[in-house]
Design a protein around this ligand. Structure first.
Ligand code: NI
Length: 129
């Protein structure tokens, strides 16, 4: 059945280094797993992103490699590998990476990564890898 198939897919280990190896672009989150209506996404980022907020979704960032600056209107949080942060819904933020940085995102499937802001970096739909 579909349920059994989904369970089997979920019960295979996922190698993050293998997944990151197939990502060559920047700011294009790929889905590597889904659970409870949320997606686990991986992205390579470098440079400046757009200021945005997600009205309905909290968003988790976990840094795997590199260095992530998460800019808020009143402060900047710097995250290094092994560090994570949760951005609450409605809070404006802007990710910035001064070097190639690998991040894992955990967010509801409805989340638009630019918060609806139109930019050349915007992806309508995340690809599953
Ligand atoms: Ni965001």
């Amino acid at each position: 059945s579909i349920r059994v198939f989904a369970d089997i897919c979920a019960m295979q280990s996922i190698d993050l280094n293998e997944k990151f190896a197939v990502i060559s672009d920047r700011w294009n989150p790929r889905i590597v797993a889904s659970l409870n209506g949320q997606d686990v996404k991986l992205a390579k980022i470098e440079g400046d992103f757009v200021w945005h907020a997600h009205d309905e979704e909290d968003e988790m960032f976990f840094v795997v490699k590199g260095r992530l600056e998460l800019h808020f209107r009143d402060k900047v949080e710097v995250l290094l590998p092994g560090q994570m942060i949760v951005v609450p819904k409605g809070v404006e933020h802007k990710p910035l990476a001064t070097e190639e940085t690998w991040i894992m995102l955990f967010e509801p499937q409805s989340t638009d990564h630019t918060g609806g802001v139109e930019t050349p970096l915007r992806r309508e739909k995340s690809q599953r890898i």
